[in-house]
Design a protein around this ligand. Structure first.
Ligand code: SF4
Ligand code: SF4
Length: 247
C-alpha cells in the first residue's frame, strides 16, 4: 500500500505533459503517416498503385491523347489523368501504393485533420490529394560520409566521346578533382576510340588481302540421287525381282 501511495505522490508532483490540442498542434515525427498526397504532374497513369493496393481503394480514370509529332517523328499517344481518388474509409495506411509508384507521384503527408461526420465523405479526389502535397516534409539530408546518390553521379559524368568545355560563362568553376577525373575519362575514351579504329582498319586490310589472294571457292558437284530408292517412312522394303528360293 505504501508503494502504491508513493507512485501516486510521484505522479502528482511531476509536471503535466498534456498537449492542449487543438489550440496547440502536436509535434509529429517527420515520417508520420497522416494522409497520402498526390503530385499530379508526376503521375503517368501506369495503374501500379491501384493494382497493388490490398484494399482496392484507389480509383483512377484516364484517356489517351495523341501528341503532335516532332519533325521527322511519329505522333505519340499519352495517358491523361482524369480522376485519381483514394477512399480513406477503406485505406489501411500500409504505404504499398507509395512504395510501388515508380514516378514519385505519391507521398506521405503528416496532415491528419480530415475527419468527417459521414464516412462517405472520406473519398478524396485528386484536387484535395494535390493540396496535401504542399504539406509533405522535405526528405532528410544525405549522410555526410555516404556515397553520392547515383542520379547525381550519373549527371556529373561526361557523355561518351565528348569533353565538357571548361570555364563556360555563367557556370561555377569545377572542382580540381572533378576536372582531373573528367580529363582522365576523356583521355581513356580517346585511347579506346583510337584502338578500336586501328583494329577495324587492320581487320579490313586483312580481309582485303585474303580476298585478293585466294581463288573463289567452288562447291564440288553433288551426285544425283535416285529418288525411286527412297523408301517412305513406315513402308515395307521392296521385294526383289526374280524367282524365290525354296527353303
Ligand atoms: S496505403 Fe495501402 S490501403 Fe491505403 S491506398 Fe495505399 S496501398 Fe491502398
Ligand atoms: S503508381 Fe504512381 S504513376 Fe502510376 S498511376 Fe499510381 S500514382 Fe500514378
Amino acid at each position: 500500500m505504501a508503494k502504491g501511495l508513493a507512485v501516486t505522490m510521484r505522479h502528482m508532483l511531476r509536471k503535466s505533459e498534456t498537449q492542449q490540442y487543438p489550440e496547440v498542434k502536436p509535434d509529429l515525427p517527420p515520417r508520420s503517416r497522416g494522409v497520402i498526397a498526390l503530385v499530379e504532374e508526376n503521375c503517368t497513369v501506369c495503374m501500379l498503385c491501384a493494382r497493388e493496393c490490398p484494399d482496392w481503394c484507389i480509383y483512377i480514370d484516364s484517356h489517351k491523347e495523341t501528341l503532335p509529332a516532332p519533325e521527322g517523328g511519329r505522333p505519340r499517344a499519352r495517358n491523361m489523368l482524369d480522376r485519381f481518388a483514394i477512399d480513406f474509409s477503406l485505406c489501411m495506411y500500409c504505404g504499398i501504393c507509395i512504395e510501388v509508384c515508380p514516378f514519385d507521384a505519391l507521398f506521405w503527408s503528416p496532415e491528419f485533420e480530415y475527419a468527417e461526420y459521414d464516412i462517405r465523405d472520406l473519398l478524396h479526389e485528386k484536387d484535395r490529394l494535390g493540396e496535401w502535397a504542399a504539406t509533405v516534409p522535405p526528405p532528410p539530408p544525405h549522410e555526410v560520409s555516404a556515397e553520392p546518390p547515383k542520379e547525381i553521379a550519373a549527371a556529373s559524368r561526361p557523355a561518351r566521346g565528348t569533353a565538357r568545355p571548361a570555364g563556360r560563362t555563367g557556370e561555377a568553376a569545377p572542382a580540381t578533382e572533378q576536372t582531373a577525373t573528367e580529363q582522365t575519362a576523356t583521355e581513356q575514351t580517346a585511347t579506346e576510340q583510337t584502338a578500336t579504329e586501328q583494329a577495324a582498319t587492320e581487320q579490313a586490310a586483312t580481309e582485303k588481302a585474303v580476298t585478293e589472294k585466294a581463288p573463289p571457292r567452288r562447291e564440288p558437284p553433288r551426285p544425283m540421287r535416285d529418288i525411286r530408292s527412297i523408301r517412305p517412312p513406315g513402308s515395307l522394303p521392296k521385294k526383289k525381282d526374280g524367282p524365290e528360293e525354296d527353303a
